[in-house]
Write a protein that binds this ligand. Structure first.
Ligand code: HEM
Length: 450
């Protein structure tokens, strides 16, 4: 145990100064992002554990209670919670404007966690009344989040690429959530026309492409030049990728919702916008030596899965999800997009960001400083990468081929990788909540971080 009294006076004064500086910084958001990450990790661990048990139902038909519950544990519990945490930290820093209601962000997280648990539980038991009630709770949480983000982002919309993309992404989250609520309400009161599966596809694309993909594009456009390639400036036309993506998602969503023809045209436009994005990033990265660490590997794997999702998405826009082949493609598309593309990006990014957030949070508390390396456990990373992506490849192939045992085996590998990753990440995050330091920081000869 470290004893506070044993510290020299200079060290104590330094810590007090760091704490004062941190608390007087108006852009500081304290440990709020970390609370979001902890909630996200718990949902991810739950999803990972459930994955092999739900996969037989997914292989049978994707539109069922258990797959719907698993999908929202991943999309809302894991993906959206991480993105919200990252945005709480980066939006004020990027725009140089403090979050307007920082305390409301904590209230938002509590309401959000209740809403996600409610919607997942009611999807699992197939009770629509509970699903739309939980959706209302979720929408309240998303509105609070949007108010805090819009107050920072709005003045930069149209100028900053990342700010414009994040602003539009939050608008899409609101749209997707409202449509999800309406679809659920319709199951109780039957007032919407149209086809259940195309209505569903409209919601899925507003959420997965409009919200999550847009935010990944926007944040990576900002992070890559800022953190990895400081000498590179973002080309001005990058903002047009954001506008094109937004227009294509809106076009696809309305085409599906209104039962119009032309879904493949919008699907191809989405793919073209994403190709321009990948090409811009590739141009920036090519010729610079990026370290091939586990973050880069997950990002590259994510890009490969983005390619697989693009191919499956275009095929699906022709076949629809109703036929047996269409349903198989839809399930594989969900795995490739939500786990292969989006989750790979988040896992890779978390290796860079989370330990840094924890180190800063400890400084804010005036606790003993620890380095990012001391807060990280790199040893399981190769296993997580191989089991996650190998499992995914087997699961996607199994779903496409209709070979259920292979799909289950792949899902089990993804599940084990997910549980290992969540366990290790929670270990890192735990140091934001306790004074204790990791064992690596107890070495007497360590270089003390300033
Ligand atoms: C407040 C937020 C959300 C609400 C209220 C909501 C609600 C719903 C509802 C009610 C359905 C079933 C629709 C029907 O039966 O017609 C559904 C399906 C679906 N949603 Fe969401 N959703 C939300 C957010 C998201 C997000 C953020 C994503 C993805 C990033 C997403 C992805 C999906 C997918 C993939 C399905 C189809 C799953 C399947 O058929 O197995 N949802 N959602």
């Amino acid at each position: 145990m470290l004893k506070q009294q044993a510290e020299p006076e200079q060290v104590r004064n330094g810590k007090a100064a760091a704490k004062r500086a941190a608390s007087s910084d108006p852009l500081r958001i304290g440990r709020t992002p970390l609370h979001f990450f902890v909630v996200a990790m718990l949902f991810f661990a739950g999803a990972a554990a459930a994955m092999p048990f739900v996969t037989p139902a997914i292989a049978e038909f994707f539109y069922q209670p258990a797959p719907l519950a698993l999908t929202h544990t991943i999309t809302l519990g894991w993906i959206t919670a991480v993105v919200m945490g990252v945005m709480c930290r980066y939006v004020p820093a990027l725009t140089r404007r403090p979050i307007q209601f920082p305390r409301a962000a904590i209230v938002q997280l509590v309401i959000y966690a209740i809403g996600v648990s409610g919607i997942v539980a009611h999807f699992a038991i197939g009770v629509w009344f509970g699903i739309w009630l939980a959706a209302i709770v979720l929408i309240v949480a998303i509105v609070i989040f949007a108010v805090n983000m819009f107050s920072c982002l709005w003045p930069r919309v149209g100028d900053g690429v990342a700010e414009t993309g994040m602003f539009l992404a939050v608008c899409f989250l609101l749209l997707a959530g409202s449509l999800g609520f309406t679809l659920a309400l319709d199951k109780s009161y039957d007032f919407l026309g149209g086809n259940v599966l195309t209505n569903l596809a409209s919601h899925v694309h507003l959420a997965a492409v409009g919200w999550v993909t847009m935010v990944i594009v926007a944040v990576s456009y900002r992070m890559l030049p800022a953190f990895l390639l400081p000498k590179v400036t973002l080309p001005r036309d990058a903002i047009w990728h954001i506008y094109a993506l937004a227009a294509a998602v809106l076009g696809l969503a309305f085409t599906l919702l209104l039962g119009l023809r032309g879904a493949p045209v919008w699907a191809i436009l989405i793919v073209l916008a994403m190709v321009s994005y990948v090409e811009t990033i590739a141009r920036m990265v090519v010729s610079r030596r990026m370290p091939l660490d586990w973050t880069t590997r997950h990002a590259l794997a994510g890009l490969c899965w983005l390619g697989v999702s693009a191919v499956l998405g275009i095929i699906l826009s022709f076949t629809g999800g109703r036929s047996e082949t269409g349903a198989r493609i839809a399930s594989a598309y969900g795995f490739a997009g939500l786990l292969g593309f989006i989750s790979n990006f988040i896992i890779g990014m978390s290796y860079q960001l989370f330990a840094g957030f924890v180190a800063r949070a400890r400084a804010g508390q005036g606790w003993m400083a620890v380095t990012i390396a001391e807060l990280s456990k790199p040893r399981p990373r190769p296993f997580v990468f191989v089991a996650f992506n190998g499992g995914l490849a087997i699961a996607v192939a199994g779903l496409l081929a209709g070979w259920v045992p292979a799909a289950i085996a792949g899902a089990a590998a993804i599940g084990v990788a997910g549980l290992v990753y969540a366990g290790v990440t929670l270990w890192t995050l735990s140091f934001a909540y306790r004074r204790a330091v990791p064992r690596a920081a107890k070495n007497e000869l360590r270089v003390v971080p300033s």
